[in-house]
Design a binder for this molecule. Structure first.
Ligand code: GLC
Length: 520
């Protein structure tokens, strides 16, 4: 296997900024890029190498930017392209690189291509950039196949033709405002390549590629064997994703990105099978792929060990670099996922030590460093399209997207100047603000800062070896660092060595439950 060059991103710690929720500079209740620029010191203090920005391009914001109407301009809501330039300059001065989200699988229904397609006749070149099909049944009044949307409801919507009659249907694996692009049409790659070069020329360090296992569709768009796949679910047997044809698309994308040797691509690859996952990371495809096994593992030693082993095994098949994350804008916050309350917080603290000890590339989702819990929002404020599309059966992902608390004792906690934030902030977050945690050596923020500093001093290297431990305990060595996690119910003995950091107080020589320690 060829040895891959040692690029900057191979050991990078990325901080994921959900721009709507990070910091609002203009008082409209929605975070923006000048808000990010104004708070770069927070990221500097954490010691991250890069930022991944969720979508900031022009969008009607039906799926908060994952419905892109103009991929080569920044939405005015986020401050326009000049705000991005200010952020890039300020971040560069601090040695922080900025990675953007790009959305190749679909556009917004407000994208000029889709508007043109709606005005054009069935069979026209404009319609060929998307998936327009005649319906089934009498008068074509049933969708072309049985596919369902990942967000709920049918994956097809019917259009009205120029003569005013109900006409063809178009495919949208997500919201109806997110029509899927037809990557067999050469315009699609040509335009995507233009978008990549446009941003790389402006100093962006690379891209997080949305739904990187999507794009290619099965020829003939056959029915799904079962539509009972769950919303927001990711199954390897789902015929709508991970088609063999997707790899040629990644090779074409990589050829463009390779014109910029420092640039990095990170694919959102919801593929469980290791061999299938590894295909995306062959030397001429993506640089990195999100492996979600750690997110999906419970606070259980066997599950965590399995997630770590398989994540390493998958990249090992092709000599690629592993990536690790505990949370993102699509999943429940870690504190809540691990049980909520004091227990959930203790486990999330312990898992932070596990995450930060792992070899390769890390992603920290904004707010995880504050230990923010998932927020139980009232029905009336929910915005995720999943809520409506699921017929109010699935509350969607708003609970992990609530704005960050920076300072003060009442909402909006320094996030904005208005209390009318795009999602309401819980009244009891005063102790979770950055300002409050800043002065508290026992806070989650202090733990993240300390551990990230120690990670820089003790680089984990490339490999991981397991150390003998009881069943409920994980113990592994990366570089000169040993990480021990007690996921059991009883205090556990620590191996020989010196504790340099712990997620909670030790009981004498013992590691209490829901606690992790770093040792040298
Ligand atoms: C990805 C994004 C998610 C978005 C979806 C559709 O899964 O992470 O937030 O809704 O793609 O673009």
């Amino acid at each position: 296997m060829t040895v891959r060059p040692d690029h900057w991103w191979r050991h990078a710690v990325f901080y994921q900024v959900y721009p709507r929720s990070f910091a609002d500079s203009d008082g409209d209740g929605v975070g923006d890029l000048d808000g990010v620029t104004a708070h770069l010191h927070h990221l500097d203090a954490l010691g991250v190498d890069g930022i991944w920005l969720n979508p900031i391009t022009v969008s009607p914001m039906v799926d908060h930017g994952y419905d892109v109407a103009d991929p080569r301009d920044v939405d005015p809501l986020f401050g326009g392209i000049t705000a991005l330039q200010r952020l890039l300059t300020a971040a560069r001065a601090r040695g922080i690189r900025v990675v953007m989200d790009v959305v190749p699988n679909h556009t917004s229904s407000a994208h000029p291509w889709f508007v043109e397609a709606l005005r054009s006749a069935p069979g026209s070149p404009a319609r060929d950039r998307y998936f327009f099909r005649d319906g089934r049944g009498p008068g074509g009044n049933r969708p072309p196949n049985n596919w369902i949307s990942v967000f709920g409801g049918p994956a097809w919507s019917r259009v009205t033709e120029a003569d005013g009659r109900p006409g063809q249907w178009y495919l949208h694996l997500f919201d109806a405002a997110q029509p899927d692009l037809n990557w067999d049409n050469p315009d699609v790659l040509a335009d995507f390549a233009r978008t990549l070069r446009f941003w790389l020329d402006r100093g962006v360090a690379g891209f997080r590629i949305d739904v990187a296992h999507g794009m290619a569709k099965p020829p003939g768009l056959p029915d799904m064997p079962t539509t009972d796949v769950g919303l927001l679910a990711h199954r390897d047997d789902d015929p709508r994703f991970n088609r063999p044809g997707v790899h040629a698309l990644h090779r074409a994308i990589r050829a463009v990105v390779d014109e910029y040797p420092e640039a990095v691509t990170i694919g959102e690859v919801w593929v469980h099978d290791n061999a299938e996952f590894a295909k995306y990371l062959r030397p001429d495809e993506l640089h990195l792929g999100f492996n979600f096994r750690l997110v999906q593992a419970g606070f259980d030693a066997a599950e965590l060990r399995d997630a770590i082993d398989n994540s390493l095994a998958a990249v090992g098949l092709v000599g690629a670099t592993p990536t690790w994350t505990l949370a993102n804008h699509d999943v429940e916050r870690a504190v809540t996922r691990y049980g909520g309350g004091a227990v959930g917080l203790a486990r999330a603290r312990a898992m932070a030590l596990v995450l930060l000890a792992l070899p390769g590339v890390l992603f920290v989702y904004n707010g995880e460093e504050l230990g923010l819990p998932e927020v139980a929002l009232p029905d009336a404020v929910l915005q995720d399209p999943v809520w409506e599309r699921s017929g109010h059966r699935n509350r969607g992902r708003d609970g992990c997207r609530v704005p960050l608390p920076w300072s003060g004792s009442v909402p909006p906690f320094g996030f904005s100047t208005t209390t009318r934030t795009w999602l309401p902030m819980p009244a009891d977050w005063a102790e979770l603000t950055v300002a409050c945690q800043d002065g508290d050596p026992g806070s989650m923020l202090a733990l993240y800062r300390r551990t990230l500093r120690l990670r820089a001093e003790h680089p984990p290297g490339a490999g991981l070896s397991w150390l003998p431990s009881p069943d409920a305990v994980l113990a592994f060595r990366c570089g000169d660092l040993v990480c021990v996690l007690n996921a059991g119910e009883h205090p556990a003995a620590l191996p020989e060595g010196t504790v340099i950091c712990a997620s909670g107080p030790l009981t004498g020589e013992l590691l209490p439950p829901a606690t992790a320690a770093w040792m040298t």
